[in-house]
Design a binder for this molecule. Structure first.
Ligand code: PMP
Length: 431
């Protein structure tokens, strides 16, 4: 009895969804998706799309990947839910497996949540409780989630509502293309030091850093930034917290976790999205002494560690191992990056091409010399690509970035289709 038409779905949404859930529709003409398989989606009329957005990075190993779906279904049929008040081995196994992906030489403990922002929120409480300090640092173009606490860490103006909690000081993102201190690492680290001195009590609870910023427009942390930030913050009594919600699970190709690119060992790692390949799941993985700080007071997530999502999560790790997903992200991402760099030579409005593995972006400018962002061309290319069957994402604080974070099973053949499609879009849009 489901009506699959765009018109009826729009009517129901417009009548019964709150504006907060109704309004954020990226395309001029909305889409109803009916089916997904690996890196492809089909709309209700049967048109096929290559999904370069991975339903917003949730889809790590492929839409409706049979190994993941079967694992979740089998668990749901046996016992859908069991809270952490009782013992269940599936989440316990999964915690062991996640801890094993963390840097050696530390003991790691896991607290499962349902979502990324819940995990961010928990990491904030953990850092403040462990250090006894209140002030946190975050980057200006960071996005850490929609809960009040996560919003308080989120710098991009359009993502913040009035009345969020305080005690967060913002520092400039070390954007190598358009950061306020230009390219390089040191000026951005100096700003962390200055900000701790001028905008905090001098003692901080920690800094939150996305190893590669997602909504900020695929902003990679330059060499030395993550380790340097950790050093500055630890000197002020704080922790280094890596947000791996978008950059984790092998997406950057070279490593399982984005922070590994810089050799930093975080105190807390926050993960979500790709962890469940679409099943609701998040996790905080912390050094044992930090993760164990919550022992005295109640901290219970009803759906945290739920066996159905954790069965999906275990299957994701299994697929990453068996299908060499991270290596695929490295190779296919490298090939796509090279093709996008070719397009930059050809199309003057592409100011920058960047990223690593299958976390890539092109940024559009009105003039390469002034680097003035071009949201208009970005939107037009985005719509043109959609008409060709390519789903991209508009990102960045100026909406001038096309972000590509596809399911990591993207193939070399897809790279050609994607590059040709984007090429055609620029040719048609800027003709
Ligand atoms: N951190 C980052 C880097 C994210 O991209 C997101 C979600 N887009 C979150 C945290 C919040 O995750 P969720 O939407 O699952 O609450």
């Amino acid at each position: 009895d489901i009506d699959w038409t765009v018109e009826e779905t729009a009517r129901r949404r417009n009548t019964y969804y709150a504006a907060s859930q109704r309004k954020f529709v990226p395309f001029k003409d909305p889409l109803v998706f009916r089916k997904g398989s690996m890196q492809y989606l089909w709309d209700a009329e049967g048109k096929k799309y290559t999904d370069l957005l991975g339903m917003n990075v949730c889809i790590s190993v492929g839409h409706s990947h049979p190994t993941v779906v079967n694992a979740a279904m089998a668990q749901a049929q046996e016992l859908t839910h069991c809270t952490t008040m009782f013992y269940h081995p599936v989440p316990a196994h999964f915690a062991e497996e996640l801890a094993a992906t963390m840097p050696q030489g530390e003991e790691w403990v896991v607290h499962f949540t349902n979502s990324g922002s819940e995990a961010i929120d928990l990491a904030m409480v953990m850092a403040r409780t462990y250090t006894g300090n209140l002030d946190l640092l975050a980057l200006r173009t960071a996005y850490h989630g929609p809960t009040s606490a996560a919003q308080s860490l989120t710098g991009i103006a359009g993502f913040r509502h009035p009345g969020m909690p305080g005690n967060v000081a913002f520092v400039a993102e070390p954007n190598q293309y358009r950061g306020i201190f230009g390219p390089g690492t040191e000026p951005y680290l100096d700003e962390i030091e200055r900000t701790i001195a001028s905008a905090t009590t001098g003692r901080v609870a920690g800094i939150f850093v996305e190893s590669v910023q997602g909504y900020g427009g695929i902003v990679e942390m330059p060499r030395g930034y993550m380790s340097g930030a950790a050093e500055r913050v630890r000197a002020a009594g704080g922790l280094y917290i890596a947000d791996e919600v978008q950059s984790g699970f092998g997406r950057t190709g070279d490593n399982m976790w984005g922070f590994e690119a810089d050799g930093v060992v975080p105190d807390i790692v926050v993960m979500a999205k790709g962890i469940g390949n679409g099943f609701p799941l998040g996790a905080v993985v912390a050094k044992k002494a930090i993760g164990d700080v919550m022992a005295e007071k109640f901290m219970f997530h009803t759906y945290g560690a739920n066996p159905t999502s954790c069965a999906a999560g275990r299957a994701v790790l299994q697929v990453i191992r068996e299908e060499k997903t991270q290596e695929n992200a490295r190779q296919v991402g490298g090939a796509l990056l090279a093709r996008l760099k070719d397009l930059q030579q050809k199309h003057a409005s592409i100011g920058d091409v960047r990223g690593r593995g299958l976390m890539l972006a092109i940024e559009m400018v009105k003039d390469r010399r002034t680097r003035e962002p071009d949201a208009g061309v970005t939107a037009a290319v985005f719509e043109n690509c959609r008409a060709q069957g390519l789903i991209l994402s508009k990102s960045g604080p100026h909406r001038s970035v096309l972000r590509m974070v596809p399911p990591m099973c993207l193939s070399m053949a897809d790279v050609e289709v994607v590059a040709e499609g984007i090429d055609r879009a620029f040719t048609e849009v800027t003709a």
